[in-house]
Design a protein around this ligand. Sequence first.
Ligand code: RFL
Ligand code: PHB
Length: 394
Amino acid sequence: MPTTLRTQVAIVGAGPAGMLLSHLLAARGIESVIVEARSEEYVAARIRAGILEHSTVELLRSVGLADRLEREGDEHRGIYLQWPTERHHIDFVDRTGRSVWVYGQTEVQKDLIAARNAAGQQVYYQASEVVPHDVESETPYVTFTAGGVDHRLEAAVIAGCDGSFGPSRSAVPAEVTQTWERVYPYSWLGILADVAPSTDELIYAWHPDGFAMHSMRSATVSRLYLQVPNGTPIEEWSDDRIWEALATRLGHGQDGWKLNPGPITDKSVLPMRSYVQTPMRHGRLFLAGDAAHIVPPTGAKGLNLAVADVALLAPALADLVGSGDARLADAYSDRALRRVWRCEHFSWWMTTMLHTSGDPFDAQLQLSQLRWVCSSEAGATGLAENYAGLPIGF
Ligand code: RFL
Ligand code: PHB
């Protein structure tokens, strides 16, 4: 017989979406239990996104989660866009009054774990065989095994925050859902290096050899990316080859600019995909973050979208579970999807503008688009508004 547990909201996944949701629910007096497949150490160390948009930072501040971010994070006014021979700064603050922050997802995740642990949040780590059940009924539940014990977690609602490979997405029957997908013919090779960034703000570079990007995590740690073909084995890229390609594509030596190489501490190849599953609710199961949608990383939207989803979901679930008021819960999917599709478009646009396809006609279109974005106030403002992020609830 499984051990039976009961809570108001069962949350599947302890990534940023699940952890932040539990924090926002607790602030509204709603109890939750989180079930997570990985260990706490693994979740806290995962290297992923690096940029927080304006409304993400505002939200974290408003719920007391931004103290370390404000001490250790780095506020940026904009980004550089470049192609061989030209580099342009797009200032977001001048155009939109909104900035972005460099503060890794790893740090956000650590802050969330610390806050939830301090609040006594119940999290079952290293859970296996996690399955949502009866989501069309008023009495849904999640079964899982943890610490060698079978559990049955009963709840008023289930929040599926279990990313793109979790069980929540597939708990929605195919006949009531629609999926939208675009796969790209390239991947990113990402590195983390123990070296001071060679730039004050992020550089996104178009180059005939392929896209490159210079990001950072701190004053002493750089994060850089190279466009590579899908299926590229990481062993094909020695550290020297990586630094050489980065130097070429990022314009080392151009106008006196230098790329400082350093010891590479992490190296991986990341495939790119656009994906949306609609609607983001089925019965008493609500999807949030990567469980419902994936964006390619070029617009830095994945983490920010997860945060925006749970900012809408928390009050909706609190009303539904707390007082039986279903209005926000009924509106959740449509409201969240408005922003999701805006970010899907922006990420697709940034990706297809900056990555070489091998087609010379595409290259001319991309260069023309880049020149327009960098020379037209309308073009630059469009990019700035989308990158710095639209208000939550857009
Ligand atoms: P997460 O962070 O994937 O968290 C989902 C959690 O669910 C757990 N899980 C399960 N739990 C229970 N049972 C199961 N069967 C489960 N299966 C999975 C997972 O262990 C995990 O803890 O989704 P969330 O919370 O929606 O947050 C979304 C963001 O993490 C994501 O959008 C971004 O990290 C995407 N992303 C990037 N976004 C950017 O904006 N810029 C980036 O540079 C960037 N780099 C990345 C990324 C995503 C990556 N992944 C997913 C492969 C780099 C990588 C490698
Ligand atoms: C990162 O720092 O990892 C990063 C920054 C901006 C992006 C993607 C990734 O668009």
